[in-house]
Design a protein around this ligand. Structure first.
Ligand code: ZN
Length: 77
């Protein structure tokens, strides 16, 4: 049975799916890292459209950003 809900809105982080509160500073992302990952995905889509060849340096950056998905908190539910 869920606890009493307050009016705080929750949204799932588009990057990792973690619950994010509306008043979180990185909303709608759970963290600055996830925000950057999402931006990276978006940028990658643009690169795909504008050029079929990805800059290896861009891939390297995205790889670094994508390596930190294990810091999710377990304080939801
Ligand atoms: Zn996240």
């Amino acid at each position: 049975m869920p606890a009493k809900k307050k009016s705080a809105k929750l949204l799932r982080c588009p990057t990792c799916g973690m619950l994010v509160r509306l008043n979180d500073e990185d909303y709608p992302f759970c963290s600055d890292r996830c925000r950057k990952i999402d931006l990276g995905k978006w940028a990658m889509g643009v690169y795909k459209i504008s050029s079929p060849i990805l800059d290896p340096e861009v891939l390297e950056d995205l790889g670094e950003l994508g390596g930190g998905r294990r810091d999710r908190d377990s304080d939801d539910d």
